[in-house]
Structures are given as C-alpha cells and as structure tokens.
Design a protein around this ligand. Structure first.
Ligand code: GLA
Length: 398
C-alpha cells in the first residue's frame, strides 16, 4: 500500500465515521414518534402569538407536557413579506418570533414552525423557494426546533414541468426531491438540531426517500379532518407501511383531531388507539384551553402513550379484517404486543376472533388499556361487544 492510498483510506474512514455520527444525531432527534401540539386543526389561518403562548401555558397546566407533548408547532400563516435583503418578516400577528421561541423554551417546551419548498405556502403566504439557507439560518437564530415543510405551490411547478417535458416524467419528481433535500441540508448546516417533517400528502411514496433528504417524519396522506370517515380512511391507508417506520424515521398519518368536537367519544378513542398502534407522531390539534375531561383522558392515557412511544419503535399493521371488524397489532418491547379491535360499523356489534388467527396460537395474558384492567389468560375464541365506531385496546403478553 502506498502512503497516498493509506491516506485516502483514512480520509474515507473519517468520512464514514462522521456520516455515522450525523446519522445517529438525526435518529436521536426523533428516537420515538414526536409529540406536541400544532395550531392548524383548530386555529387555522386565524392563529396569533397569544394563541401559541396560551397553548404553551396549557400544555404545562393540563399535564400534557409531562405526558410527552413537548413541541409547540406554529403552522401556516405566520409569514409577512421579504425585505430587500430577502429576509422574511413575520406578519403583524407575530410581533417577535425570537421572544415567542424564548417563551416556549422557558416552559420546557420546543418550538416548531412551518414553510414550503414552493414560492407560496398552502395558505398563499411566502414559501422558502430560493431562500432555503437564509430561512434555515433565521429559524436557528430564533430557536426553532421543528420544521414542517409543506409541498403546496411546488405542486404547480411540478405540473408545469410535466407539461413542458412530457417525455421526462422523472424531472418533476427530481424537482421536488431536490427541493426537500436542499432544505434538509440547510437545516443541518445551521448546526442546531431541527426536526424535519415533510408534508407531501403521501404522493410519490415519501416513506422511501424521506430519510435520504434528512427528514424524521413525512405525511402519508392528504389532510385529516374532524370526521370519523376521513380519520378511518387515513388509518386504512397506513396498512403495509410499517416497514418504513423506526427510530428516527416515522410515517405521519397527520395531526390529531381529538377535542375539536365533531366526533363522538368512541370515535376519538378509535382515533387515539389507531394512532398509537401506528407509532404515529402525536400532535394534538385542539384548543387546549377548552379540553373536556374525557378528551384529556384520551390524549393523556399513560398506557396508550407508552404504546406509541415504545422504545422498540415498530409501527403496527392490520393483521385481520372481516367486514366492519379489523384487528391491528404492534410489537412492543419485552415480547409484548399491543392489539386493537376496531368496529367500524354504525351500530354496536359482538365480534369473535380466534386468537390463533391473529398470532397467538397458545393464547396470551390480556391487559385492557382503556379500562386499565387485567383480564387474565385467554386462548381460542375471544368474544367482545364493541360500541358503534368503537374500539378495544389490549396488551398481550405470551
Ligand atoms: C396543508 C397541510 C396542512 C396545513 C395546511 C396549511 O393543507 O397538509 O396540514 O399545514 O396546508 O395551509
């Protein structure tokens, strides 16, 4: 071996070591699915600095922070105009973003913000196109800890490219991936750990390229709304995606609607059950100053949250379906399994399933998560009565 080949080998080894280090730092940013609150589902385009500060206060006083909900994420519509130097200023509803971040941090919470790889956000506000490094540096200076990066107007750019170059279908895809990669690099170049969340509505399989652009999570579908049908449609679309999730990289079936008032208690219980089985990021989307006790019970149930946050980092999947009845399972640490039974029928139903058919030929010891009761050992046929649009959630130990 010559001196120069030894030198090249050592340089290569060093680069490998650095990339492993960077990779593990990225993983540590979201070793378990991120948890917090986001302004969009309730406040949408009306959100103000006062609303975000109040959300931070309420995360603390309700116990949500201590239950794990630490990100306070300001979604779209905070942006004002860029000045002659290209610096983006917040609009009049956000007088001082650094002060807002400091306030959030003073409560032991983290601050999230929102932008788009296109020229405009979905709400028609300023996006980051052409200003990626500048915006990332500004977020870091403010003390931002999380960025949701929403495709929005870049979809129009992609369509335009497709019309101009119909024979190169890969170009529009490359335009989008390059844009997401550019911001991923810009965030990393700030030196501040900023969790990178892609919002791309699940087109073009972001679970396959999300980790490569530096993201810790990516939306898998279009937007959720506060209806049972939409929530269930999104949950069903997660079947088969489990293998793409793990520590540092999570599928995101969108934010929670619990507490926004248009689903029944059982429907919200199904929402929480499915999201924890899916190892989904848990981003509450309600007005925290008006949380009912039942909603608090769902959002802060320690055992349900522990399923979502289990250190094994496995996403659950649908293992059984028959008509309106489905069974989802999620492997947990310690050889346990979380098992959810979902009744999507519009009336109460009695369901029976042979435990052997869902992976427990010798039966299991059952713990009912929502009632907190141990049910002892069960095997063979297992019967349950589940309310309309309701659910049962168990931890099975072999
Ligand atoms: C898109 C996203 C939503 C929200 C809005 C804001 O629709 O999917 O989650 O961020 O934009 O305009």
């Amino acid at each position: 071996m010559t001196i120069s080949s030894i030198r090249s080998f050592l340089v290569l080894l060093g680069a490998l070591f650095l990339s492993v280090l960077a990779g593990s730092a990225q993983t540590r940013l979201a070793a378990t699915p991120p948890m917090g609150w986001n302004s969009w589902n309730h406040f949408a385009e009306h959100v103000t600095d006062a609303d975000v500060r109040s959300a931070a206060d309420m995360l603390v006083s309700t116990g949500m922070r201590d239950a794990g909900y630490v990100y306070v994420n300001l979604d779209d519509t905070w942006q004002g105009k860029r000045d002659a130097q290209g610096v983006l200023h917040p609009n009049e509803r956000f007088p001082d973003m650094k002060a807002l971040a400091d306030y959030i941090h003073s409560k032991g919470l983290k601050f999230g913000i929102y932008s788009s790889p296109g020229a405009k956000t979905c709400g028609g506000y300023e996006g980051s196109l052409g200003h990626e490094d500048q915006d990332a540096q500004m977020y870091a200076a403010w003390g931002v800890d999380f960025l949701k990066y929403d495709l929005c107007s870049m979809q129009g750019d992609m369509r335009k490219l497709k019309a101009e170059q119909p024979n190169n279908p890969d170009d529009e895809y490359k335009l989008m991936i390059d844009a997401y990669r550019k911001m991923g690099k810009a965030l990393q170049a700030t030196g501040r750990p900023i969790l990178y969340s892609l919002c791309q509505y699940g087109m073009d399989q972001p679970w396959k390229w999300g980790p490569g652009v530096g993201a810790q999570m990516w939306r898998t579908t279009d937007d959720i709304d506060d209806t049972y049908n939409r929530m269930m449609l999104i949950a069903s679309a997660q079947a088969g995606l489990a293998k793409y999730a793990g520590p540092g990289h999570w599928n995101d079936p969108d934010m929670l609607e619990i507490g926004n008032g248009h689903m029944s208690y059982d429907e919200y219980k199904t929402h929480m059950t499915l999201w924890v089985l899916l190892a989904a990021p848990l981003l509450a989307g309600n007005d925290l100053s008006k949380m009912s006790e039942p909603d608090k019970g769902l959002l802060m149930n320690k055992e349900a949250i522990a399923i979502d946050q289990d250190p094994l980092g496995k996403q659950g999947d649908r293992v059984w379906q028959s008509g309106d009845f489905s069974v989802w399972t999620k492997p947990l640490s310690g050889g346990r399994t979380a098992v959810g039974f979902i009744n999507s029928a519009a009336d109460q139903r009695d369901f029976a399933v042979d435990l052997a058919e869902i992976g427990f030929p010798k039966g299991a010891s059952l713990h009912d998560v929502w009632s907190g009761r141990d049910l002892g050992r069960r095997s063979g046929r297992f019967n349950q009565t589940i309310p309309r649009h309701g659910v049962a959630l168990f931890i099975f130990s072999k």
